[in-house]
Design a protein around this ligand. Structure first.
Ligand code: HEM
Length: 397
C-alpha cells in the first residue's frame, strides 16, 4: 500500500475534532504515557513521544537520516545528511548567526513599529493578518533582496509552499501537489532572474552572498541557491507567524500572565521560550532509520520512517515540572521546538529576535489585549505545523 501522506493521516486519525486540533496536547500526553513507542501499520511509520527518545532521534543523525523528499521536492540542508549537510550549512550559517541577525534589529524594530501604528489606527487587530504574518515575510524578503513591489507575490508563493493537506483524499492531495509544482516553477524563475541581475549588479543581500560563497573551493549551483531560498520561505515564515500568534493567544487566555509581563518587560525572552515549549509551531519531525536499531525491545528496521513528536516531548513530566502549566519564567527550558543536533533550526536567532521586538513593542503600546467576543478560534489544517487561521483581538492604548 502506498502511504499518501503520513502526517496528514495522523492528523485525521488522532486529532479528529476541532477541539483536539486546537488543543492537541491532551492527545499527545496520553499517547506518550500509554504508548511511548508504537508502529502504526496504516501510516507505515514509528511514532515516538518521550522527551528522551525524541531528543536521541534528533541528535543521532548517523542512525536517523534526514534524506527524504519534502514539500516542493527541493533538495536542501533540511533533507541532507553529512558530509553534504555540513558543507552546505557552513556556507549559509554566516548569515544567520546571532551576531549577524542582531544587525537586523533596527530594521525589524522599524517594521514592527509601522505595523503597530496601522493596528492602532484601525483600533483593533487581526493578529495573523496585521502582525504575525507580514513581519517574517517582509524580513525574509528583505534578507534575500526581494524588492518591495514583489512582496505580495512572494507571500502568495510562501502560502502555497506550506499549504497543508486538509482532506485525506487522493484528489485533494493531487490538487495540492499541482499547486506546489506551479509555485515551485514560478519561484525558480523568479530567483533565476534575481541571480542573473545580481551577477551583473551585486548588492548587499543574501542572494549575492550565496552567489559568492565558497566552501573548499566549491560554489553553490544555481539550483542549490534556489532550493535554499525556497527552504527559507517554507521553514521561516509560517513557523514564526505561529510563534507570535500563539504568544498573543496565550496572553489573552491567561490575562494574569499578560499583566505580569506588562509589569516586567525583562520577562519577554522567557515568555517567548515558554510559548515555544507550550504551543510549538512544529509538532513533530521525521527521520528514516539508516540501520536496524532496537528501542524498548522493539526493532526499527533499516529504511523505516520514524516520527519524533516534539509536541509530546515538550510536555514530558520527566523533564518539565508541571508541564501543562505555562510558567512564564521557566528555567531551565530545554524545549525541542527548534530541533536538536546538526539540523537545529538555522533561523532560531532570527525568529527569537523578531518575536522579542514584536512583544516589546506590543507591551509598550497596547494593553488589555482580549480575544474578540464571539470568535471561533480555528487552526490551520497543516499536519505538522501548528498555527491559528486568524486571531482577532481588542485592546486599549
Ligand atoms: C530547521 C523549527 C523559524 C530556517 C528547523 C527545525 C525545526 C525548526 C524543528 C529542524 C527540523 C529537523 O530537524 O528536521 C522552527 C520554528 C521556527 C523556525 C519553530 C519559528 C518559531 C525559522 C526561520 C528560518 C528557519 C525564521 C529562516 C529564516 C530553518 C532552516 C532549517 C530549519 C534553514 C534547516 C536546518 C538544517 O537542516 O540544518 N526549524 N524554525 N527557521 N529552520 Fe527553522
Amino acid at each position: 500500500m502506498k502511504v499518501l501522506n503520513r502526517s496528514a493521516l495522523f492528523f485525521m486519525k488522532e486529532l479528529d475534532t476541532a477541539e483536539k486540533r486546537l488543543q492537541p496536547f491532551s492527545v499527545f500526553n496520553q499517547l506518550r504515557e500509554t504508548t511511548p513507542i508504537r508502529y502504526d501499520h496504516e501510516r507505515q511509520c514509528w511514532d515516538l513521544f518521550l522527551y528522551e527518545d525524541v531528543h536521541e532521534i534528533l541528535k543521532t543523525h548517523a542512525v536517523f537520516s534526514s534524506e527524504r523528499k519534502r514539500t516542493l521536492e527541493a533538495n536542501t540542508i533540511l533533507t541532507m545528511d553529512p558530509p553534504r549537510h555540513t558543507k552546505m550549512r557552513n556556507i549559509v550559517n554566516k548569515a544567520f548567526t546571532v551576531k549577524s541577525v542582531q544587525n537586523l534589529a533596527p530594521r525589524i524594530q522599524e517594521i514592527v513599529h509601522q505595523l503597530i501604528d496601522l493596528i492602532i489606527q484601525q483600533g483593533q487587530m487581526e493578529v495573523v493578518r496585521d502582525l504575525s504574518a507580514p513581519l517574517p515575510v517582509i524580513m525574509i524578503a528583505e534578507l534575500l533582496g526581494v524588492p518591495k513591489e514583489d512582496r505580495l507575490l512572494f507571500k502568495e508563493w510562501s502560502d502555497v509552499a506550506i499549504k497543508g493537506v486538509d482532506q485525506y483524499t487522493e484528489e485533494h492531495l493531487a490538487a495540492v501537489a499541482a499547486e506546489h509544482k506551479k509555485a515551485q516553477i514560478e519561484l525558480s524563475q523568479y530567483f533565476t532572474d534575481m541571480m542573473n541581475q545580481r551577477r551583473t549588479e551585486p548588492k548587499d543581500d543574501l542572494i549575492t552572498a550565496l552567489l559568492r560563497a565558497e566552501v573548499d573551493g566549491e560554489k553553490l549551483t544555481d539550483k542549490e541557491i534556489i532550493d535554499f531560498c525556497i527552504l527559507l520561505l517554507i521553514a521561516g515564515n509560517e513557523t514564526t507567524t505561529n510563534l507570535i500568534t500563539h504568544g498573543i493567544r496565550l496572553l489573552t487566555e491567561q490575562p494574569d500572565i499578560q499583566e505580569q509581563v506588562a509589569q516586567d518587560s525583562a520577562l519577554i525572552p522567557s515568555f517567548i521560550e515558554e510559548t515555544l515549549r507550550y504551543y510549538p509551531p512544529v509538532l513533530g519531525v521525521s527521520r528514516v532509520a539508516k540501520q536496524e536499531i532496537e528501542i524498548y525491545g522493539q526493532k526499527i528496521h533499516q529504511g523505516e520512517v520514524v516520527m519524533a513528536w516534539v509536541a509530546a516531548a515538550n510536555r514530558d513530566p520527566r523533564v518539565f515540572s508541571d508541564p501543562d502549566t505555562f510558567v512564564v519564567n521557566r528555567t531551565p527550558n530545554h524545549h525541542l521546538t527548534f530541533g536538536k543536533g546538526i539540523h537545529f533550526c538555522l533561523g532560531a536567532p532570527l525568529a527569537r529576535l523578531e518575536a522579542k521586538i514584536a512583544f516589546e513593542e506590543i507591551f509598550k503600546r497596547l494593553t488589555e489585549i482580549r480575544l474578540q467576543k464571539g470568535t471561533k478560534v480555528e487552526i490551520n489544517p497543516s499536519p505538522l505545523l501548528y498555527g491559528l487561521k486568524e486571531y482577532p483581538v481588542t485592546f486599549q492604548t
